[in-house]
Design a protein around this ligand. Sequence first.
Ligand SMILES: [Zn+2]
Length: 366
Amino acid sequence: MRIGILELLIILFLVSVTMIGCSGAVSSNKIMPNDKSLSNECTSGIEPAPISLQNLYINSMPEKYSYDNLLADIKTLQKGNADKLKCVKLCDTADGRGVYDIILGNPNGNKQILIFGAMHAREYITTQIVMRQLCDAIDVLNGVDKTSSYRGISKKYLLENVTIHFIPMNNPDGVSISQFGLSGIRNTDLRKKVSAMYSGDYAQWKANAVGVDLNRNFDADWQDFCGSRYPAPERYKGAYPGSEPETAALIELTERYHIQRAISYHTCGALIYWYYKQQGEVLAESQRFAQRISAETGYPLDNDYTAVDAAGYKDWAVYKMGVPALTIETGGENERSIINPVPISRFYDMWERNKNVVYATAYDLL
Ligand SMILES: [Zn+2]
């Protein structure tokens, strides 16, 4: 059969289009942890691919695990696990960052757990703890270690019995200030306000970018808390409970999903706060839960709410919502000294103590 010039040109054109299409597909599958093209929105990666935890920033243990690192890792995790994860942006912060809720399991499940980190800016190492817990849980669900169990019960079974909300970085603006100083704030006007508010060591920043201490912004004797009267790097409680997008998001999520167990990660001091005026059944459940996590981590329990500040998330959850909730102060395990930000060299000790907290919490809901 003879092929004319026109037919030959058509064939060459089709071949070249096919080749371009293939190379495009290959390039879109390549997931690099330093991919800066990620938008602030969660992506909905749908390509099934085995998860490669080696590609995550969390595994490279950066001293400053940043908001951009977090976004890149969320994107990577989603690529191979879209059937297990749902990522929801809860709110926008003053400096235009997102607070992300990564939901593991059925969002409509009837046993819901909340675990969050980095509410206090300089305590950003807790983001890595929460992310490592998430990665570990994904590995379990993916059958990486089929024999893994907790107290004789398959970890996979424990996870499948619950829904877990992981919020690795509740205060991304504050974390950026603690990690990068004024240059961590992108909005010019906001940067000026932060500069006017404080001129000390920005590594010690705890608040969000408008100077509200998020863990003093909840409706649990909020009116009685006396800290700073003005926006500040720490201990300013805000204009009213839940005034900040970061705290309003936690309040809304706790109410909407009927959260049944909550853990708020902080540093440091190697201690668990669990009590704030709760009574009756909530008191009994809270105490049992706290003792279980204390036994798991080796952190002792604090038993005197009068000695701690009011208006924290845990205080509101146990006192106003009836939800057994803990503040886990990790870090400082051996030296009992307070060093913030906790150096990354402490991470493995922290991880060893906290690696089964997810399973212990799920076990508590059996
Ligand atoms: Zn804290």
